[in-house]
Design a protein around this ligand. Structure first.
Ligand code: SF4
Ligand code: SF4
Length: 169
């Protein structure tokens, strides 16, 4: 029969000899390959005892930033949510009340801010879109969790501590 491509190989249907049937040569070939790799540099990282250095362009878990006075930078403008290709960000805006100036930098703030880490592809578009330097991707990743709800990160998970909280820690 005419072969369809030049890559076609004729299959050898000869019965195996005794030596071939005990696969001795194939086992030796396999062992040679194994021994060749024993002395090579090992690529395996024994996590968590050993930790790999991240690449300088690594994009990991998000943080919501505060200003130098500890006020939340985010104004709930929604630009990060619009830029997110995975539709992983949801938020609810609220108006700052009198006496809350020490909590929120601008008149509007995010009363609820959530990122679904199961949807997130860590592209960093939210960070690029933010006009207030409010959201950053860090050099750490979302830890494993048994429940899907554990991957919905709310404001309490994302906001960095206030300067006062940092001092206490
Ligand atoms: S890193 Fe990308 S996918 Fe993840 S929340 Fe930001 S914009 Fe969305
Ligand atoms: S994180 Fe930045 S882009 Fe997103 S809502 Fe807050 S201020 Fe706007």
């Amino acid at each position: 029969m005419q072969a369809l491509t030049s890559r076609a190989k004729q299959v050898d249907r000869k019965p195996m000899t005794f030596i071939e049937s005990i696969y001795l040569w194939n086992i030796i070939k396999g062992m040679i390959i194994t021994f060749k790799h024993i002395w090579k540099r090992k690529e395996t990282v024994k996590y968590p005892e050993q930790k790999r250095e991240f690449s300088p362009v690594f994009r990991g878990l998000h943080i919501l930033n505060r200003d130098a006075e500890g006020r939340e930078n985010c104004t709930a403008c929604g630009l990060c949510a619009v830029a997110c290709p995975a539709e992983a960000i949801t938020m609810e805006a609220a108006e700052r009340k009198a006496g809350e100036e020490h909590l929120y930098r601008e008149e509007k703030y995010a009363a609820r801010y959530e990122i679904n880490m199961l949807r997130c592809i860590f592209c960093g578009f939210c960070e690029e879109a933010c006009p207030k330097d409010a959201i950053y991707l860090t050099e750490t990743f979302a830890p494993a969790n048994y429940k899907r709800e554990g991957f919905i990160y709310g404001k309490q998970d994302l906001l960095i501590p206030t300067p006062a909280e940092k001092k206490k820690a």
